[in-house]
Ligand binder design. Structure first.
Ligand code: FAD
Length: 387
Protein backbone atom coordinates (compact mmCIF):
# COMPACT_ATOMS: atom_id res chain seq x y z
CA UNK A 1 0.00 0.00 0.00
CA UNK A 2 1.38 3.46 -0.87
CA UNK A 3 1.53 5.56 2.28
CA UNK A 4 -0.07 9.02 2.33
CA UNK A 5 2.29 11.95 2.54
CA UNK A 6 2.29 13.44 6.02
CA UNK A 7 4.29 16.46 7.11
CA UNK A 8 6.80 15.70 9.87
CA UNK A 9 6.02 17.88 12.91
CA UNK A 10 8.72 20.17 14.32
CA UNK A 11 9.36 18.04 17.41
CA UNK A 12 10.13 14.99 15.25
CA UNK A 13 12.50 16.85 12.90
CA UNK A 14 15.72 15.39 14.16
CA UNK A 15 18.14 13.32 12.05
CA UNK A 16 18.62 10.92 14.96
CA UNK A 17 14.86 10.25 15.11
CA UNK A 18 14.72 9.78 11.33
CA UNK A 19 17.48 7.18 11.53
CA UNK A 20 15.74 5.52 14.44
CA UNK A 21 12.44 5.37 12.46
CA UNK A 22 14.28 3.79 9.59
CA UNK A 23 15.87 1.15 11.81
CA UNK A 24 12.55 0.38 13.57
CA UNK A 25 10.80 -0.02 10.19
CA UNK A 26 13.54 -2.38 9.06
CA UNK A 27 13.30 -4.32 12.33
CA UNK A 28 9.57 -4.95 11.83
CA UNK A 29 10.00 -5.76 8.13
CA UNK A 30 12.68 -8.31 9.05
CA UNK A 31 11.25 -9.80 12.25
CA UNK A 32 7.53 -9.38 11.69
CA UNK A 33 6.86 -9.76 7.96
CA UNK A 34 3.22 -10.13 6.87
CA UNK A 35 3.42 -13.93 6.74
CA UNK A 36 4.70 -14.20 10.29
CA UNK A 37 2.13 -11.73 11.64
CA UNK A 38 -0.56 -13.82 9.93
CA UNK A 39 0.73 -16.91 11.77
CA UNK A 40 0.54 -15.01 15.04
CA UNK A 41 -3.04 -14.00 14.28
CA UNK A 42 -3.93 -17.62 13.67
CA UNK A 43 -2.15 -18.72 16.87
CA UNK A 44 -3.83 -15.96 18.88
CA UNK A 45 -0.54 -14.62 20.21
CA UNK A 46 2.90 -13.49 19.11
CA UNK A 47 5.97 -15.65 19.71
CA UNK A 48 8.10 -14.80 22.73
CA UNK A 49 11.06 -14.52 20.43
CA UNK A 50 9.83 -11.18 18.95
CA UNK A 51 9.99 -9.70 22.45
CA UNK A 52 13.54 -10.94 22.97
CA UNK A 53 14.60 -9.59 19.60
CA UNK A 54 12.95 -6.24 20.30
CA UNK A 55 14.89 -6.12 23.57
CA UNK A 56 18.16 -6.93 21.83
CA UNK A 57 17.45 -4.22 19.24
CA UNK A 58 16.99 -1.64 22.01
CA UNK A 59 13.28 -1.09 21.31
CA UNK A 60 12.01 -2.14 24.72
CA UNK A 61 12.28 0.68 27.21
CA UNK A 62 13.66 3.00 24.57
CA UNK A 63 12.71 6.01 26.68
CA UNK A 64 14.06 4.54 29.95
CA UNK A 65 17.14 6.37 31.29
CA UNK A 66 20.42 4.59 30.47
CA UNK A 67 21.30 4.18 34.16
CA UNK A 68 18.41 1.67 34.43
CA UNK A 69 19.33 -0.24 31.29
CA UNK A 70 17.22 1.74 28.80
CA UNK A 71 18.24 3.51 25.64
CA UNK A 72 17.92 6.95 27.23
CA UNK A 73 15.44 8.30 24.67
CA UNK A 74 12.18 10.12 25.29
CA UNK A 75 8.51 9.89 24.34
CA UNK A 76 9.35 10.79 20.74
CA UNK A 77 11.24 7.52 20.40
CA UNK A 78 8.21 5.67 21.70
CA UNK A 79 6.04 7.53 19.16
CA UNK A 80 8.32 6.27 16.39
CA UNK A 81 7.76 2.69 17.57
CA UNK A 82 3.98 3.14 17.89
CA UNK A 83 3.82 4.60 14.37
CA UNK A 84 5.91 1.84 12.86
CA UNK A 85 3.81 -0.85 14.54
CA UNK A 86 0.71 0.52 12.75
CA UNK A 87 2.44 1.35 9.47
CA UNK A 88 3.91 -2.16 9.24
CA UNK A 89 0.62 -3.77 10.33
CA UNK A 90 2.21 -5.56 13.29
CA UNK A 91 -1.04 -5.73 15.22
CA UNK A 92 -1.13 -7.82 18.38
CA UNK A 93 2.46 -7.28 19.51
CA UNK A 94 1.93 -5.49 22.83
CA UNK A 95 5.05 -3.35 22.76
CA UNK A 96 2.99 -0.19 23.01
CA UNK A 97 1.51 -1.34 26.31
CA UNK A 98 4.93 -2.38 27.60
CA UNK A 99 6.84 0.78 26.57
CA UNK A 100 4.05 3.31 26.88
CA UNK A 101 2.09 2.16 29.91
CA UNK A 102 3.69 -0.40 32.24
CA UNK A 103 7.37 0.55 32.10
CA UNK A 104 6.54 4.25 32.71
CA UNK A 105 4.76 3.27 35.96
CA UNK A 106 8.05 1.84 37.21
CA UNK A 107 10.10 4.79 35.96
CA UNK A 108 7.73 7.39 37.42
CA UNK A 109 6.69 5.71 40.66
CA UNK A 110 9.24 3.01 41.54
CA UNK A 111 11.73 3.51 44.33
CA UNK A 112 15.41 3.71 43.28
CA UNK A 113 15.89 0.13 44.45
CA UNK A 114 12.88 -1.07 42.41
CA UNK A 115 14.03 0.76 39.29
CA UNK A 116 17.47 -0.84 39.50
CA UNK A 117 15.96 -4.25 40.27
CA UNK A 118 13.29 -4.33 37.56
CA UNK A 119 14.01 -1.96 34.69
CA UNK A 120 17.11 -3.64 33.19
CA UNK A 121 15.13 -6.84 32.55
CA UNK A 122 12.13 -4.88 31.25
CA UNK A 123 14.43 -3.22 28.73
CA UNK A 124 16.38 -6.30 27.68
CA UNK A 125 13.34 -8.34 26.67
CA UNK A 126 13.74 -10.84 29.52
CA UNK A 127 10.46 -9.66 31.03
CA UNK A 128 7.13 -9.00 29.29
CA UNK A 129 4.72 -6.79 31.16
CA UNK A 130 0.98 -6.48 31.75
CA UNK A 131 -1.21 -4.16 33.79
CA UNK A 132 -4.04 -5.89 35.62
CA UNK A 133 -6.73 -3.38 36.52
CA UNK A 134 -9.99 -4.65 35.07
CA UNK A 135 -12.01 -7.34 36.81
CA UNK A 136 -15.14 -9.22 35.83
CA UNK A 137 -17.16 -6.78 37.96
CA UNK A 138 -15.11 -3.59 37.55
CA UNK A 139 -14.00 -1.90 34.35
CA UNK A 140 -14.93 1.76 34.00
CA UNK A 141 -15.56 1.94 37.73
CA UNK A 142 -12.07 1.18 38.98
CA UNK A 143 -13.09 1.98 42.54
CA UNK A 144 -15.22 -1.19 42.48
CA UNK A 145 -12.24 -3.57 42.22
CA UNK A 146 -12.34 -6.48 44.67
CA UNK A 147 -8.81 -7.89 44.40
CA UNK A 148 -7.13 -7.58 47.78
CA UNK A 149 -3.52 -7.47 48.94
CA UNK A 150 -3.40 -8.21 52.66
CA UNK A 151 -0.24 -7.77 54.76
CA UNK A 152 1.24 -11.15 55.63
CA UNK A 153 4.63 -12.38 56.77
CA UNK A 154 6.67 -9.37 55.62
CA UNK A 155 4.78 -9.05 52.36
CA UNK A 156 1.32 -9.11 50.81
CA UNK A 157 -1.04 -11.94 49.98
CA UNK A 158 -3.00 -11.19 46.80
CA UNK A 159 -6.41 -12.67 46.05
CA UNK A 160 -8.67 -11.88 43.14
CA UNK A 161 -9.32 -12.28 39.44
CA UNK A 162 -8.63 -9.97 36.54
CA UNK A 163 -9.93 -9.97 33.00
CA UNK A 164 -9.18 -8.35 29.64
CA UNK A 165 -5.47 -8.31 30.47
CA UNK A 166 -3.37 -7.54 27.39
CA UNK A 167 -0.23 -9.70 27.02
CA UNK A 168 -1.98 -12.03 29.51
CA UNK A 169 -0.56 -15.33 28.24
CA UNK A 170 3.02 -14.14 27.80
CA UNK A 171 3.48 -11.59 30.57
CA UNK A 172 5.75 -12.56 33.44
CA UNK A 173 5.78 -9.15 35.10
CA UNK A 174 2.26 -8.12 36.08
CA UNK A 175 1.42 -4.86 37.80
CA UNK A 176 -1.67 -5.73 39.84
CA UNK A 177 -4.15 -3.14 41.06
CA UNK A 178 -5.37 -4.29 44.47
CA UNK A 179 -6.98 -3.02 47.65
CA UNK A 180 -4.56 -2.83 50.53
CA UNK A 181 -7.19 -1.15 52.72
CA UNK A 182 -10.84 -1.79 51.80
CA UNK A 183 -12.05 0.86 54.25
CA UNK A 184 -10.32 3.74 52.44
CA UNK A 185 -11.98 3.76 48.98
CA UNK A 186 -9.65 5.06 46.27
CA UNK A 187 -7.02 5.83 48.90
CA UNK A 188 -6.87 2.13 49.79
CA UNK A 189 -5.73 1.06 46.30
CA UNK A 190 -2.10 0.05 45.65
CA UNK A 191 -0.05 -1.32 42.76
CA UNK A 192 1.91 -4.52 43.40
CA UNK A 193 4.29 -6.29 41.05
CA UNK A 194 3.88 -10.02 40.57
CA UNK A 195 6.75 -11.76 38.82
CA UNK A 196 4.79 -14.79 37.76
CA UNK A 197 7.64 -17.32 37.79
CA UNK A 198 8.58 -16.38 41.35
CA UNK A 199 5.21 -17.04 43.00
CA UNK A 200 2.72 -19.78 43.73
CA UNK A 201 -1.02 -19.39 43.24
CA UNK A 202 -0.88 -17.42 39.99
CA UNK A 203 -2.93 -18.84 37.12
CA UNK A 204 -3.62 -17.74 33.58
CA UNK A 205 -7.21 -18.21 32.50
CA UNK A 206 -8.45 -18.38 29.00
CA UNK A 207 -7.32 -16.20 26.18
CA UNK A 208 -10.39 -14.22 25.17
CA UNK A 209 -11.92 -14.87 21.75
CA UNK A 210 -12.10 -11.30 20.46
CA UNK A 211 -13.43 -9.78 17.22
CA UNK A 212 -10.12 -8.03 16.53
CA UNK A 213 -6.42 -7.82 17.44
CA UNK A 214 -6.25 -11.54 16.78
CA UNK A 215 -2.57 -11.87 17.69
CA UNK A 216 -3.01 -10.11 21.05
CA UNK A 217 -3.27 -12.58 23.95
CA UNK A 218 -5.83 -10.65 26.03
CA UNK A 219 -6.63 -12.99 28.93
CA UNK A 220 -8.08 -13.66 32.34
CA UNK A 221 -5.62 -13.88 35.25
CA UNK A 222 -6.18 -15.41 38.69
CA UNK A 223 -4.40 -14.71 41.95
CA UNK A 224 -5.07 -17.31 44.64
CA UNK A 225 -3.16 -16.47 47.80
CA UNK A 226 -0.21 -15.16 45.79
CA UNK A 227 2.46 -13.90 48.20
CA UNK A 228 4.84 -11.13 47.16
CA UNK A 229 7.46 -9.41 49.35
CA UNK A 230 6.72 -5.91 50.64
CA UNK A 231 9.47 -4.70 48.29
CA UNK A 232 7.08 -5.34 45.39
CA UNK A 233 4.69 -2.59 46.47
CA UNK A 234 5.26 0.03 43.77
CA UNK A 235 6.74 3.15 45.32
CA UNK A 236 6.96 1.44 48.72
CA UNK A 237 3.94 3.25 50.14
CA UNK A 238 0.42 1.85 50.44
CA UNK A 239 -2.61 3.67 49.06
CA UNK A 240 -0.82 5.44 46.20
CA UNK A 241 -2.20 3.22 43.42
CA UNK A 242 -5.09 5.38 42.29
CA UNK A 243 -2.85 8.45 42.11
CA UNK A 244 -0.15 6.50 40.24
CA UNK A 245 -2.70 5.27 37.68
CA UNK A 246 -4.33 8.69 37.20
CA UNK A 247 -0.99 10.45 36.83
CA UNK A 248 -0.07 8.43 33.75
CA UNK A 249 -3.49 8.53 32.07
CA UNK A 250 -3.05 11.65 29.88
CA UNK A 251 -0.11 10.02 28.11
CA UNK A 252 -1.83 6.65 27.79
CA UNK A 253 -4.88 8.26 26.21
CA UNK A 254 -2.77 10.31 23.87
CA UNK A 255 -1.10 7.08 22.72
CA UNK A 256 -4.49 5.80 21.61
CA UNK A 257 -5.06 8.98 19.65
CA UNK A 258 -1.62 8.57 18.05
CA UNK A 259 -2.65 5.08 16.94
CA UNK A 260 -5.93 6.49 15.72
CA UNK A 261 -4.41 9.03 13.34
CA UNK A 262 -2.00 6.42 11.98
CA UNK A 263 -4.87 4.04 11.30
CA UNK A 264 -6.91 6.77 9.59
CA UNK A 265 -4.12 7.38 7.09
CA UNK A 266 -3.57 3.66 6.56
CA UNK A 267 -7.29 3.20 5.84
CA UNK A 268 -7.40 6.12 3.40
CA UNK A 269 -4.24 4.95 1.60
CA UNK A 270 -5.62 1.41 1.25
CA UNK A 271 -8.90 2.78 -0.10
CA UNK A 272 -7.34 5.14 -2.64
CA UNK A 273 -5.30 2.23 -3.95
CA UNK A 274 -8.23 -0.18 -4.03
CA UNK A 275 -10.74 2.19 -5.65
CA UNK A 276 -8.23 3.15 -8.34
CA UNK A 277 -7.83 -0.48 -9.38
CA UNK A 278 -11.42 -1.70 -9.02
CA UNK A 279 -13.84 -0.91 -11.84
CA UNK A 280 -17.63 -0.65 -12.02
CA UNK A 281 -19.78 0.68 -14.86
CA UNK A 282 -16.65 0.87 -17.02
CA UNK A 283 -14.66 3.18 -14.79
CA UNK A 284 -12.50 3.00 -11.68
CA UNK A 285 -14.56 3.29 -8.48
CA UNK A 286 -12.26 6.19 -7.60
CA UNK A 287 -13.65 8.22 -10.53
CA UNK A 288 -17.15 8.40 -9.07
CA UNK A 289 -17.59 11.75 -7.45
CA UNK A 290 -19.07 10.07 -4.38
CA UNK A 291 -15.83 8.15 -3.85
CA UNK A 292 -13.71 11.25 -4.19
CA UNK A 293 -15.96 13.28 -1.88
CA UNK A 294 -16.00 10.55 0.76
CA UNK A 295 -12.21 10.19 0.62
CA UNK A 296 -11.79 13.97 0.67
CA UNK A 297 -13.94 14.17 3.82
CA UNK A 298 -11.91 11.36 5.41
CA UNK A 299 -8.65 13.06 4.52
CA UNK A 300 -9.82 16.40 5.93
CA UNK A 301 -10.81 14.77 9.22
CA UNK A 302 -7.54 12.82 9.36
CA UNK A 303 -5.46 15.96 8.84
CA UNK A 304 -7.40 17.89 11.49
CA UNK A 305 -7.04 14.97 13.90
CA UNK A 306 -3.31 14.71 13.25
CA UNK A 307 -2.75 18.43 13.88
CA UNK A 308 -4.63 18.26 17.17
CA UNK A 309 -2.73 15.14 18.27
CA UNK A 310 0.55 16.83 17.38
CA UNK A 311 -0.43 19.79 19.51
CA UNK A 312 -1.16 17.38 22.40
CA UNK A 313 2.25 15.71 21.92
CA UNK A 314 3.94 19.12 22.07
CA UNK A 315 2.13 19.79 25.32
CA UNK A 316 3.05 16.38 26.70
CA UNK A 317 6.69 17.02 25.87
CA UNK A 318 6.69 20.38 27.65
CA UNK A 319 4.75 18.97 30.61
CA UNK A 320 1.49 20.88 30.09
CA UNK A 321 -0.88 18.23 28.71
CA UNK A 322 -3.90 18.11 31.00
CA UNK A 323 -6.36 15.26 31.57
CA UNK A 324 -9.28 16.99 29.85
CA UNK A 325 -7.36 17.71 26.65
CA UNK A 326 -6.07 14.16 26.45
CA UNK A 327 -9.62 12.87 27.05
CA UNK A 328 -10.80 15.08 24.14
CA UNK A 329 -8.04 13.64 21.93
CA UNK A 330 -8.83 10.05 22.89
CA UNK A 331 -12.58 10.43 22.42
CA UNK A 332 -12.69 12.51 19.26
CA UNK A 333 -9.84 10.85 17.44
CA UNK A 334 -10.95 7.27 18.12
CA UNK A 335 -14.59 8.07 17.25
CA UNK A 336 -13.39 9.70 14.02
CA UNK A 337 -11.02 6.79 13.33
CA UNK A 338 -13.93 4.35 13.49
CA UNK A 339 -16.07 6.53 11.20
CA UNK A 340 -13.26 6.87 8.65
CA UNK A 341 -12.46 3.15 8.66
CA UNK A 342 -16.18 2.41 8.20
CA UNK A 343 -16.44 4.79 5.20
CA UNK A 344 -13.31 3.26 3.70
CA UNK A 345 -14.64 -0.26 4.17
CA UNK A 346 -17.86 0.77 2.39
CA UNK A 347 -15.84 1.95 -0.62
CA UNK A 348 -14.30 -1.54 -0.85
CA UNK A 349 -17.75 -3.10 -1.36
CA UNK A 350 -17.95 -6.80 -0.51
CA UNK A 351 -14.17 -7.15 -0.44
CA UNK A 352 -14.09 -4.81 2.53
CA UNK A 353 -15.91 -7.50 4.47
CA UNK A 354 -13.30 -10.12 3.65
CA UNK A 355 -10.53 -10.56 6.20
CA UNK A 356 -7.88 -10.88 3.52
CA UNK A 357 -8.21 -7.14 2.86
CA UNK A 358 -6.39 -4.89 5.34
CA UNK A 359 -9.43 -2.62 5.67
CA UNK A 360 -11.44 -5.49 7.19
CA UNK A 361 -8.79 -5.98 9.86
CA UNK A 362 -8.58 -2.23 10.50
CA UNK A 363 -12.35 -2.22 11.00
CA UNK A 364 -12.19 -5.04 13.56
CA UNK A 365 -9.10 -3.69 15.33
CA UNK A 366 -10.14 -0.07 15.58
CA UNK A 367 -13.45 -0.82 17.30
CA UNK A 368 -11.83 -1.41 20.68
CA UNK A 369 -10.19 2.00 20.63
CA UNK A 370 -13.51 3.50 21.77
CA UNK A 371 -13.71 1.03 24.67
CA UNK A 372 -10.34 0.55 26.35
CA UNK A 373 -8.09 3.09 28.03
CA UNK A 374 -11.28 4.52 29.54
CA UNK A 375 -14.34 4.21 27.31
CA UNK A 376 -15.35 7.20 25.22
CA UNK A 377 -18.36 7.69 27.49
CA UNK A 378 -15.96 8.04 30.44
CA UNK A 379 -13.97 10.55 28.34
CA UNK A 380 -17.18 12.58 28.00
CA UNK A 381 -17.70 12.42 31.77
CA UNK A 382 -14.18 13.85 32.22
CA UNK A 383 -14.69 16.56 29.57
CA UNK A 384 -18.08 17.53 31.00
CA UNK A 385 -16.53 17.96 34.45
CA UNK A 386 -14.32 20.71 33.06
CA UNK A 387 -17.19 22.77 31.68
C1 FAD B 1 -8.93 -5.81 23.84
C2 FAD B 1 -8.96 -5.24 25.23
C3 FAD B 1 -7.76 -5.06 25.92
C4 FAD B 1 -7.79 -4.60 27.24
N1 FAD B 1 -6.60 -4.52 27.93
C5 FAD B 1 -6.65 -4.25 29.26
C6 FAD B 1 -5.46 -4.36 30.07
O1 FAD B 1 -4.36 -4.64 29.58
N2 FAD B 1 -5.57 -4.15 31.41
C7 FAD B 1 -6.75 -3.83 32.01
O2 FAD B 1 -6.77 -3.66 33.20
N3 FAD B 1 -7.89 -3.70 31.27
C8 FAD B 1 -7.87 -3.92 29.93
N4 FAD B 1 -9.02 -3.84 29.18
C9 FAD B 1 -10.28 -3.50 29.84
C10 FAD B 1 -10.82 -2.13 29.46
O3 FAD B 1 -10.06 -1.14 30.04
C11 FAD B 1 -12.30 -2.12 29.88
O4 FAD B 1 -13.01 -2.98 29.00
C12 FAD B 1 -12.90 -0.72 29.82
O5 FAD B 1 -12.36 0.10 30.83
C13 FAD B 1 -14.42 -0.74 29.99
O6 FAD B 1 -14.79 -1.48 31.13
P1 FAD B 1 -15.88 -2.64 31.01
O7 FAD B 1 -15.54 -3.49 29.85
O8 FAD B 1 -16.02 -3.30 32.33
O9 FAD B 1 -17.22 -1.89 30.64
P2 FAD B 1 -18.26 -1.27 31.67
O10 FAD B 1 -17.56 -0.42 32.68
O11 FAD B 1 -19.16 -2.34 32.18
O12 FAD B 1 -19.10 -0.30 30.72
C14 FAD B 1 -20.16 -0.76 29.86
C15 FAD B 1 -20.73 0.45 29.12
O13 FAD B 1 -21.23 1.40 30.07
C16 FAD B 1 -20.63 2.65 29.84
N5 FAD B 1 -20.45 3.37 31.11
C17 FAD B 1 -19.81 2.92 32.23
N6 FAD B 1 -19.81 3.89 33.17
C18 FAD B 1 -20.43 4.96 32.63
C19 FAD B 1 -20.73 6.27 33.09
N7 FAD B 1 -20.35 6.70 34.31
N8 FAD B 1 -21.42 7.11 32.29
C20 FAD B 1 -21.79 6.70 31.05
N9 FAD B 1 -21.53 5.48 30.53
C21 FAD B 1 -20.86 4.62 31.33
C22 FAD B 1 -19.31 2.35 29.19
O14 FAD B 1 -18.81 3.45 28.48
C23 FAD B 1 -19.67 1.19 28.30
O15 FAD B 1 -20.23 1.69 27.11
C24 FAD B 1 -9.03 -4.26 27.85
C25 FAD B 1 -10.20 -4.40 27.14
C26 FAD B 1 -10.19 -4.90 25.85
C27 FAD B 1 -11.51 -5.09 25.14
Amino acid sequence: MTALQVAIPDYMQDPELEMFADSVAKFFQREAPAKRVEEWREAGQVERDIWTKAGEAGLMGVSVPAEYGGAGGDFRHDIVIFQQLVRNEVDGFGLQLHNGIVVPYIVAHGTEEQKHRWLPRLCSGERITAIAMSEPGAGSDLAAIRTTAVKDNGGYRINGSKTFISNGQLADFVVVVARTDPSLGNKGISLLVVETDAVEGFRRGKKLDKIGHDAQDTSELYFDDVWVPADNLLGGEEGRGFYQLMKELPKERLMMAINGVETMDMAIAATVEYTRSRKAFGQPIYDFQNTQFKLAECRAKAVVARRFVEDCVRRLLDGTLDGTTSAIAKMWVTDTECRIVDECLQLHGGYGYVNEYPIARMYRNSRVQRIYGGSNEIMKVIIARSL
